[in-house]
Design a protein around this ligand. Sequence first.
Ligand SMILES: Cc1cc2nc3c(=O)[nH]c(=O)nc-3n(C[C@H](O)[C@H](O)[C@H](O)COP(=O)(O)OP(=O)(O)OC[C@H]3O[C@@H](n4cnc5c(N)ncnc54)[C@H](O)[C@@H]3O)c2cc1C
Ligand code: FES
Length: 244
Amino acid sequence: MKQKRLKIESNRSLNETVYEMKLSGICGAAIRPGQFVNLKLDGLFLRRPISVCDAEGDLLTLVYRTVGKGTDQMSRMKTGEVIDTLLELGNGYDLSAAGKQPLLLGGGVGVPPLYALAKNLIESGKEVTAILGFNTASDVFYENEFRTLGAKVIVTTADGSYGTKGFVTDAMPETSSFFYACGPMPMLKAVYHKTNGLGQFSLEERMGCGFGACMGCSILTRNGTKRVCKEGPVFYKEDLAWND
Ligand SMILES: Cc1cc2nc3c(=O)[nH]c(=O)nc-3n(C[C@H](O)[C@H](O)[C@H](O)COP(=O)(O)OP(=O)(O)OC[C@H]3O[C@@H](n4cnc5c(N)ncnc54)[C@H](O)[C@@H]3O)c2cc1C
Ligand code: FES
């Protein structure tokens, strides 16, 4: 874990509630896809965890949805302001498991953490299919960013106003060498129950410290209690025991 004061280079809206923030001052090579950062915001005791969307050179990209005090404060921050940031948190995805044709499944703000993953997999010669799920056409973001990387992209919307009508599970191909899923819990559980294939899930849990000290983010797995912030946030399918 590292603590740094990162400078905001840009902070723009991608749709009504989702923003993309770029911060400078990192060492991109030290950050793995699937890891997260923990941001100290003015007047808030607990830091706010946000996944790494991209980390390249000295630039960190975060994509976040405004849901409460912390993310609302972030959306109003300006270029040049600095944020005290804990970096290199969590385990990240297992890229060595990807096989030849990995499948990436993202829902809403579960899409951005898959961006750095897609980039890394494509750079290492994998044929990546990314299924990006949203509620409606105006929610869609990052479709072109994934295409530009060279991924085959399928967008789904629950109301059918853009792309394929339905959920990411409705567009899942029969086979893939390995899947990586990130999104809201109902989506993750639907993927879990739909596929017999091997894969990993990126989980969210309310966090205290964010670096393994408080046990506040513990979940029960097939292999005992694990901290989402430390042993996760990425877990293999076979570690999870979701019966519902
Ligand atoms: C590992 C991890 C990665 C995440 N990555 C992203 C991301 O890339 N983009 C994104 O938009 N959101 C992400 N989240 C969710 C994000 O942390 C919360 O939306 C955010 O903390 C809400 O803060 P708030 O002050 O705006 O909301 P409030 O509701 O006011 O927050 C109150 C408290 O609840 C916690 N909290 C609220 N919602 C969540 C949640 N879903 N998960 C964990 N803690 C929560 C806050 O951290 C805070 O301590 C991630 C969460 C985790 C655990
Ligand atoms: S948030 Fe403290 S141990 Fe995970």
